[in-house]
Design a protein around this ligand. Structure first.
Ligand code: NDP
Length: 287
C-alpha cells in the first residue's frame, strides 16, 4: 500500500502538514496530546492513533510539529526505543542549539533525524511561496523529498542539525525589524490622525520595491569593499527621521537602532563609504 506517515501535533501547522499528505493520497496516522483535533483529518482518511506509542509504531517516518524544544523532549526523548531506525522529521520551531541537542539525542539513539524550519503560514502550506528549510541527515532529505515537496520548496543546508534553524531565524530577523520600522512610521503619521491601513496602502508598494535591492546590497557586502559609489553613510544619516518622530511625540527607537549603526561607522571615519558598511557593526558580536 501507500507509504505510511505519522504526524505528531495537530495545531494549525501540524494539521496543514498532515492535510497536504492526505491530499496526495499518503497513508497518515495522527496524534495530538489533547484529543479532539483530528476529526476533519479522519474524515479525509487519516487514522487517529490511540496513543503516542501507537502513532510511533504505525510508520517508518514520523513528522513532529509540536510547540517547542520542551514539548519534543517531553514526548519523544523517552521513546528512543520506538524511534530507533525510524526517520524523525521535526518541524517544531527550535533555535540552532536546541536543534543540535535533538540531533545529538537522535544520533545517540539511532534515530534518523531531519530538522526543519517552516517559512510559511499554515494557509501557505503546499502553495506557491512556501519554503521549508532543512538540515540534518542528508540521506533522509533525499529519501523523503516526495513528502517534503508536498509542503513547499524544500532546501537543504547541511548535516549540522542547527543550520536550518539558523537560516530560519536569520530570515525572520529581517522580517521583524522591517515590521518594527513600519510600525514606527505608522505611529509617526498616526500622530496626525492617519489610520495605519491608510499608511500601509501607500507604504507597501514602496517597501515592496525596496526589497528588490537586497541582492545588490548583498553583492556589496560579499565584495568586502564599501566603496562602490552607492548611497554614502553620511548621505543616509537618519537624524532627520529620529527628529521627526521625536517632534511628533513618537518613540524613534526603531530608526534610532539604525542611526546608531550608522554613527558608529561615520565616527570610525567611514562616512564617505556606502550605506551597506553598517553590516560591519553586526560582525564580531557586541561592541
Ligand atoms: P498551535 O498553537 O496551533 O499548536 C501547538 C501544538 O503543539 C498543539 O498540537 C499542541 O498540542 C502541541 N503541544 C504544545 N505543547 C505540547 C507538549 N508539551 N506536548 C505535546 N504537544 C504539545 O501552533 P502551530 O501549529 O501554529 O505551531 C506548531 C509549530 O510550528 C511551532 O513550533 C511553531 O513555531 C511552528 N511554526 C508555526 C507557524 C505558523 O504560522 N503557525 C510558522 C512556522 C513555524 P495540544 O493541542 O495538546 O495543546
Amino acid at each position: 500500500g501507500a507509504k505510511q506517515y505519522a504526524f505528531l501535533g495537530l495545531g494549525n501547522m501540524g494539521r496543514a502538514l498532515a492535510g497536504a499528505a492526505l491530499a496526495e493520497g499518503r497513508g497518515v496516522t495522527v496524534w495530538n496530546r489533547t484529543p479532539g483535533k483530528s476529526a476533519e483529518l479522519e474524515e479525509r482518511g487519516a487514522v487517529a492513533a490511540e496513543s503516542l506509542e501507537d502513532a510511533l509504531r504505525s510508520s517508518p517516518v514520523v513528522v513532529a510539529c509540536l510547540f517547542d524544544l520542551a514539548s519534543v523532549e517531553e514526548q519523544l526523548f523517552g521513546h528512543a526505543d520506538l524511534l530507533r531506525g525510524r526517520v524523525l522529521v521535526n518541524l517544531t520551531t527550535t533555535n540552532p542549539e536546541e536543534s543540535r541537542k535533538i540531533g545529538r539525542w537522535a544520533a545517540e539513539n539511532g534515530v534518523r533525524y531531519l530538522d526543519g524550519g517552516i517559512m510559511a503560514t499554515p494557509g501557505m502550506i503546499g502553495r506557491e511561496g512556501s519554503q521549508i528549510l532543512y538540515s540534518g541527515e542528508e540521506a533522509v532529505f533525499e529519501e523523503e523529498r516526495d513528502l517534503l515537496d508536498l509542503w513547499g520548496e524544500s532546501r537543504y543546508f547541511g548535516s549540522d542539525a542547527g543550520l536550518a534553524s539558523l537560516w530560519d531565524l536569520a530570515i525572520l530577523a529581517g522580517m521583524y525589524v522591517m515590521y518594527a520600522g513600519f510600525f514606527q512610521g505608522a505611529a509617526m503619521v498616526g500622530s496626525e490622525g492617519v489610520k495605519a491601513v491608510d499608511f500601509a496602502a501607500i507604504a507597501q508598494p514602496f517597501l515592496r520595491s525596496m526589497t528588490e535591492f537586497l541582492p545588490v546590497q548583498a553583492q556589496v557586502i560579499d565584495s568586502g569593499s564599501y566603496e562602490h559609489g552607492g548611497q554614502s553613510l553620511e548621505f543616509s544619516d537618519l537624524g532627520k527621521m529620529v527628529r521627526a518622530a521625536d517632534d511628533q511625540g513618537v518613540s524613534p527607537r526603531a530608526v534610532q537602532m539604525v542611526q546608531d549603526l550608522l554613527r558608529e561607522q561615520i565616527d570610525a571615519g567611514f562616512g564617505h563609504e556606502d550605506f551597506e558598511r553598517i553590516f560591519e557593526g553586526f560582525r564580531g558580536g557586541n561592541q
